[in-house]
Design a protein. Structure first.
Length: 172
């Protein structure tokens, strides 16, 4: 049975605790400001995540961290378009990343994708036990309790920012 709601009625930490405690399997989809984030669960554990936020795309993340240049990204994206291989694998094939670097980076990026869900209490969510994230999702495996702790700190900090910075046009 699908579960729907908003993060104002069921905050992210409560939602993750429920999915973990009940050992749920399925797909959690969270939408905020037209950005869709998907987190796949198996027996209460996060197994993959994905987001359509342009800044969270692998190439943009590597570019913003100075791991690759704009030209290298354009070249890798051209190969990706031709071959339909995953961008990360293209970057490894081109010698711009090692397989270990890619795995480490993807895990960090996936963790940040899940943590970003703690940033807004105005998002809507949908959990479907019959769905999966699909091939674009990044496979991960990290400790839920540490994620919950880090997410709680992040939410408290965001609440402080929202109290101080009240302009409706301001984007954090």
């Amino acid at each position: 049975m699908p579960v729907n709601g908003t993060l104002s009625s069921m905050p992210m930490h409560e939602l993750l605790r429920w999915l973990t405690a009940t050992a749920k399997s399925g797909l959690l989809t969270v939408e905020h400001d037209r950005i869709v984030t998907k987190v796949e669960f198996s027996s209460g554990q996060i197994v993959s995540s994905s987001s359509d936020e342009p800044a969270n795309r692998l190439g943009q993340c590597l570019l913003s961290q100075g791991k690759i240049s704009d030209e290298q990204l354009r070249s890798a994206l051209a190969v990706h378009e031709q071959t339909r291989d995953r961008l990360g694998q293209v970057l490894v094939q081109q010698g711009l990343l090692t397989q270990d670097d890619l795995a480490r980076f993807l895990k960090t990026k996936a963790r940040e994708t899940v943590l970003s869900l703690f940033d807004s209490s105005h998002a809507s969510f949908h959990f479907d036990e019959t769905a999966s994230a699909g091939p674009e999702a990044v496979a991960v495996g990290f400790e839920i309790e540490s994620l919950l702790s880090e997410g709680a700190v992040r939410r408290r900090e965001m609440a402080k920012f929202e109290e101080i910075l009240t302009s409706p046009g301001l984007v954090l």
